[in-house]
Design a protein around this ligand. Structure first.
Ligand SMILES: Cc1cc2nc3c(=O)[nH]c(=O)nc-3n(C[C@H](O)[C@H](O)[C@H](O)COP(=O)(O)O)c2cc1C
Length: 176
């Protein structure tokens, strides 16, 4: 069962040349975690293996972001995005994630995620966007949460004439 953790306002940093890597099965249960992941999230390998990846889910993350992630990878595509995660102590760390399906003989058998440090300016842009998605989700109620926040996100992307993937890649690559 997922432990109840109280979120703190403390941010955990990691170096620009470090990668947080994990692998999951088709249901999102962790099958591999590298040492950087264990150190930053503050879990041992035993605590991570076989456990749902939502073990590091931060309550500030809108559900719509994860629906977008799963809809993308389950259809065989890779997903790029910013994620705020939570450590075992309730501290947070922002990442820029690339999640890819693991194919064997043409079938998806699991997923990989490789994450690196999220640039400060990107977090400053994406955090209020996620906060608004979360507000919309709370207003819409559980059954309509993702539909409502993703419809709002779509409107924002249409206004900017971009896609979520283009937006996050631009944010990741913009000069500091
Ligand atoms: C390869 C892979 C990596 C993932 N990494 C994260 C992650 O770093 N943080 C996170 O909150 N969810 C991650 N997820 C999504 C979780 O499986 C889950 O959908 C999300 O935490 C929402 O959980 P909930 O529906 O229980 O609220 C990942 C999923 C996959 C397949």
């Amino acid at each position: 069962m997922k432990p109840q953790i109280v979120p703190t306002q403390c941010e955990v940093g990691f170096a620009a040349d470090e990668f947080i890597v994990s692998k999951t099965d088709l249901k999102g249960r962790i099958t591999y975690a590298n040492r950087v992941f264990m150190r930053i999230a503050d879990y041992s390998e035993d605590q991570l293996l076989g456990v749902q990846h939502n073990i590091v889910r931060h309550p500030d993350m809108p559900r719509g972001a994860f629906k977008h992630l799963w809809d993308t990878i389950q259809t065989g595509r890779e997903w790029f995005g910013f994620v705020k995660n939570m450590t075992s102590r309730g501290d947070f760390y922002w990442v820029f994630a690339n999640v890819t399906p693991d194919f064997q003989d043409g079938q998806i058998v699991g997923y990989y995620s490789v994450r690196r440090q999220a640039p400060r300016k990107a977090v400053e842009f994406i955090a209020p966007l996620y906060a608004e998605m979360l507000r919309i989700e709370r207003e819409a109620g559980p059954s309509r949460a993702c539909e409502a926040s993703l419809a709002w996100l779509d409107e924002q992307l249409t206004v900017r004439q971009t896609t979520y993937e283009r937006l996050v890649l631009d944010l990741f690559h913009q000069p500091a």
